[in-house]
Design a protein around this ligand. Structure first.
Ligand code: 6PG
Length: 240
């Protein structure tokens, strides 16, 4: 694992750095393989980044969008990560509808949604083997409880290692989430974390020894690149 930690002075600088990094990965992926696949996170931190990406002139027909997690709500629900992303970015660019791969949250139940999403990912990567397919980029946030995607502390989702997608649980509400082994199969994992409220969780995630099931972001140890992009409010004490 190749881990890089960058602390940026404020949120606008954080967004600018994240944009620069993602555009660089996008350019390389399209040059080498003709397409770029990225899984997005929800929450509030990435919204200005999505707005910034929408202002770029990019080969949208070569860019494929997934979500690393989704609330189990319809795509027009105010809590939907897909809805936030479409409003901030996807509705503002000329990206083919077929390149947007939302979580099927209108399925009969969360387990079926997770299975369907897994099947869609396997078909996209044409992967039937035992190896986990590799997204070019997985963008992650981190909660102040050190959860990431919808992998919450001390939940069953943290024990799922043989699938790409599982059912997470936040306070009894089902979520659809990539499993941590599937996240770890990505070429690059980029955490975007801002705000002083994240500092205690970051301290535990970066500690040499702590419990992975209590601080699930510790489980993210990709075989490829791991980037932590932090604003000063979140990461001042972590700077090397
Ligand atoms: C979600 C996200 C979640 C988020 C963290 C941080 O569905 O909410 O995927 O994992 O990244 O909760 O959220 P903030 O960026 O709002 O702090």
């Amino acid at each position: 694992m190749n881990k890089t930690v960058e602390v940026l002075p404020d949120q606008p600088a954080l967004v600018a750095r994240a944009l620069e990094l993602i555009l660089s990965k996008l350019e390389t992926a399209i040059e080498q393989r003709g397409r770029f696949s990225i899984a997005l996170s929800g929450g509030s931190t990435p919204k200005p980044l999505y707005e910034a990406i929408a202002n770029q002139k990019l080969p949208w027909d070569k860019i494929h969008i997934f979500w690393g997690d989704e609330r189990y709500v319809p795509p027009d629900h105010p809590d939907s990560n897909e809805l936030m992303t479409r409003r901030a970015w996807l509705d503002r660019v000329d990206i083919p509808a077929a390149n947007i791969h939302p979580v099927p949250t209108l399925s009969a139940n969360p387990e079926l949604a997770a299975a369907k999403y897994e099947q869609q990912l396997k078909e996209f990567f044409n992967s039937s083997g035992v190896e986990f397919p590799s997204l070019d980029v997985v963008l992650l946030g981190m909660g102040d409880d050190a959860h990431t995607a919808s992998l919450f502390p001390h939940t069953e989702a943290l024990k799922v290692r043989d699938r790409l997608v599982t059912v997470g649980n936040k306070d009894g509400n089902p979520r659809i989430s990539f499993t941590y082994p599937f996240i770890n199969a990505a070429s690059s994992v980029i955490f975007l974390v801002a705000g002083a409220n994240k500092r205690p969780a970051l301290t535990q995630v970066f500690a040499p020894v702590a419990d992975d099931f209590t601080y699930p972001s510790r489980l993210i140890r990709p075989q490829g690149e791991l980037w932590w992009l932090l604003d000063a409010a979140a990461g001042l004490e972590l700077q090397d």
